[in-house]
Design a protein. Structure first.
Length: 238
């Protein structure tokens, strides 16, 4: 069952008037193209300068080899295409073969199918594959880079992985929009995902005060990011 929500284009929604500089669509290729067209039309109407930075997390139910061409074509309308590794495998090899086993070379090859076809209007976009406990792959014209997850060893801190991939992409999008640095964005994505999996539901926020910074689950996001970078440097990854 799919729920289709129709909005009046120029009326405020819970996401505002669609003027964000980064947006994630969890949708089918056809719906994505329609939404991007509507978004650009609205921005032109209200004279919002520049073009939006668009990240696409595809709808899981649409990820199958029968829709590969539609997904490839739709990728020309986004800046970052981000399936998880199972969705990517289903798109390129079909559901019988695509999720059979985890293989970094196979995932890179599958991701290159999209990169070579072209991501973004000028073909300069990224493919970011979220791979759960295996980390993430960022693929661009400059090459491929794997980063591990923040929790790369068994730990009691990991309670529920639900939403980790979504949190990763949100963290990635926020940092990439700010800096344009895919590596830093992947690090922020991994840190964001680490908070999502430490409990059932959402992490606990302690708002910043004059004397202390904002904390999530009692820890500083900034400090956790620095800890992660230090571990990556010690492992020879950075």
């Amino acid at each position: 069952m799919r729920l289709r929500v129709h909005k009046v284009e120029d009326k405020p929604s819970t996401r505002g008037l669609l003027v964000y500089e980064d947006t994630i669509f969890g949708t089918s290729p056809d719906d994505l193209v329609a939404q991007v067209s509507a978004l650009r039309r609205l921005r032109d109407r209200y004279k919002i300068p520049g073009r939006p930075l668009i990240f696409w997390e595809p709808a899981p139910l649409t990820c199958d080899i029968s829709t590969l061409i539609a997904h490839l074509d739709a990728c020309k309308h986004v800046d970052v295409f981000s399936p998880n590794h199972l969705e990517l495998g289903y798109l390129v090899e079909g559901k019988e073969k695509g999720g059979s086993s985890f293989s970094k070379p196979a995932i890179e090859s599958q991701a290159r199918t999209f990169l070579h076809y072209g991501v973004g209007e000028n073909g300069q976009g990224l493919v970011v594959v979220r791979c759960g406990e295996h980390g993430s792959l960022t693929l661009s014209g400059s090459g491929a880079e794997w980063l591990p997850p923040f929790y790369d060893k068994p730990t009691t801190r990991v309670v529920d992985p639900t939403g980790a991939g979504n949190a990763f992409l949100g963290g990635f999008a926020a940092e990439f929009q700010e800096t344009g640095d895919a590596r830093e964005a992947s690090i922020c994505g991994a840190v964001a995902a680490s908070y999502a999996i430490e409990q059932f539901g959402i992490p606990k926020l302690s708002r910043n005060t004059y004397f202390s910074e904002e904390l999530w689950n009692g820890t500083s996001v900034r400090a956790r990011a620095e800890e992660f970078k230090q571990r990556l440097a010690e492992a020879g990854i950075l």
